[in-house]
Write a protein that binds this ligand. Structure first.
Ligand SMILES: [Zn+2]
Length: 262
């Protein structure tokens, strides 16, 4: 979780006292005690992280936390509520086209605030254009190196991964800025490796990058056909079911840790 009260704000770039940024926002079903293995945990050999009041990170200054929360938070919470209602109605039914009544620009900007908030201080310069885009609430059209893909999620663990490259020979390759998954939605913010197919698209996730064409605060009714995916392992773009994962570990002879009870 990286508790660190002082640091560089991932949005404005100033050094100061950090505030806890909920990723996703607290008002979007992220106010519970959660225990799971993040990608970072896996890389350093830790079995899990505990998030006492919802998943997040000390990565934004108080001012940026409040201003972006004010700009985009409410629209995002409404989007998440609608997603949860659809997911409850679906049951096990995998795929429907369903309507949402939302503010698309506000929603996609909140998703990108989450992306920047997950990033490390080292990537501050890399995200400069995106940071400016997010601090100016009216600005439309995403910098081209970011594509936002989404899915519904209800089975598996939360997913919290950032700053990786995933290449699947024969299928494609993507730079992953972030993958964040907590019911009802999972997000993959990525761009294809040059000359390769987008793995997010290959996995059947749907692209909502075009949400950034709308005006700030514009309400719109849109229809989306969002696939459901399982997130069992911490790896980005891995949607194997529990059964498939178990089978894989059996075949490799690796004894996988017991799944934790929540
Ligand atoms: Zn700031």
């Amino acid at each position: 979780m990286g508790k660190k009260p002082f640091g560089i704000c991932r949005l404005c770039g100033e050094y100061g006292k950090m505030s806890y940024e909920h990723i996703p926002p607290k008002s979007a079903f992220n106010d519970q005690h959660v225990v799971f293995q993040t990608m970072q945990d896996m890389l350093v050999g830790k079995s899990h992280s505990k998030f006492r009041q919802g998943i997040g990170k000390y990565s934004l200054c108080e001012k940026c936390n409040n201003s972006t929360g004010g700009y985009y938070g409410e629209a995002y919470a409404s989007w998440a509520r609608q997603g949860m209602e659809w997911l409850d109605k679906f049951g096990e039914n995998p795929r429907f086209s369903v309507p949402f009544y939302i503010k698309p620009l506000n929603v996609v900007k909140q998703i990108l605030v989450m992306t920047v908030a997950m990033s490390s201080e080292k990537t501050l310069f890399y995200h400069e254009e995106l940071r400016r885009f997010l601090l100016n609430k009216e600005q439309r059209y995403l910098p081209p190196k970011y594509n936002v893909h989404i899915y519904f999620t209800r089975v598996g663990e939360p997913r919290f991964a950032s700053d990786m490259v995933v290449v699947n020979v024969g299928k494609g390759g993507s730079y992953i800025e972030a993958e964040i998954s907590l019911p009802p939605f999972g997000y993959c913010i990525s761009k294809p490796v040059r000359g390769m197919n987008s793995l997010a698209a290959e996995q059947g996730l749907i692209d909502i990058t075009w949400f950034a064409r709308f005006e700030y605060n514009d309400w719109t009714r849109i229809w989306l056909s969002i696939p459901i995916r399982e997130t069992v392992e911490p790896f980005p773009l891995d949607y194997r079911s529990q059964q498939e994962v178990d089978k894989h570990y059996q075949s490799t002879g690796i004894v996988k840790r017991e799944r934790r009870k929540k």
